[in-house]
Write a protein that binds this ligand. Structure first.
Ligand SMILES: Nc1ncnc2c1ncn2[C@@H]1O[C@H](COP(=O)(O)OP(=O)(O)OP(=O)(O)O)[C@@H](O)[C@H]1O
Ligand SMILES: O=C(O)C1=C[C@@H](O)[C@@H](O)[C@H](O)C1
Ligand SMILES: [Mg+2]
Length: 173
């Protein structure tokens, strides 16, 4: 059934997965879910605390369990964490259970959009956030592309126009 399909947004920090995901869910009358927010709600602690106390490994275990669960739902727009694609089982679930949309953004935009945010420990702990973003892009771009059904640039476009672009590309517009 058409209304039951899922849309999974992937891409780096600051690509707009959370922001655009909310708009897209509204446009398509689907439920919006954000894996980072679900992890925080269930753990009862913000992401930077989880990283401090359990390390990145602990966070990735929680993320794996959430992605496995959320991708079994139907009719959702899921904004994933920027590093969700690192884990091969997450890639399998995302690719197999919905339409995967890679939101692509320049490093400059990522730097700008994440500058004021204090909830991204990989950038907070870095002396050179731009270099960290370049490094992450080098490691992850191929993983995003491996599972993406469509790739959408979010650089110059407003949130609404990116959401509209996704709707027309996935064929519901
Ligand atoms: N197309 C856009 N135009 C202008 N601002 C944007 C756009 N997309 C996102 N932003 C802004 O950039 C910031 C980061 O966006 P957002 O939190 O949605 O990114 P994200 O991909 O969910 O990142 P993360 O992986 O860290 O969760 C927000 O303040 C948001 O309002
Ligand atoms: O790119 C990443 O590895 C991360 C992105 C965020 O969405 C969070 O999931 C967390 O800060 C890690
Ligand atoms: Mg987000």
């Amino acid at each position: 059934m058409k209304g039951k399909r899922n849309i999974f947004l992937i891409g780096p920090m600051g690509a707009g997965k959370t922001t655009i995901g909310k708009q897209l869910a509204q446009n398509l009358h689907l439920e919006f879910v954000d894996s980072d927010q679900e992890i925080e709600a269930r753990t009862g602690a913000p992401i930077d605390w989880i990283f401090d106390i359990e390390g990145e490994d602990g966070f990735r275990k929680r993320e794996k369990s959430i992605i496995s669960e959320l991708t079994q739902r139907q009719g959702i727009v899921l904004a994933t964490g920027g590093g969700a694609v690192i884990e091969s089982e997450n890639r399998t679930f995302l690719a197999g259970r919905g339409i995967v949309v890679y939101l692509e953004t320049s490093i400059e935009q990522q730097v700008e959009r994440t500058r004021r945010d204090k909830r991204r420990p990989l950038l907070q702990s870095s002396e050179d956030p731009e270099a960290t973003l370049v490094q992450l892009h080098t490691e992850r771009d191929k993983l995003y592309r491996e599972i993406a059904d469509i790739v959408v640039a979010t650089n110059e476009n407003s949130i609404k126009s990116v959401a509209n672009k996704i709707v027309s590309q996935i064929g519901e517009g």
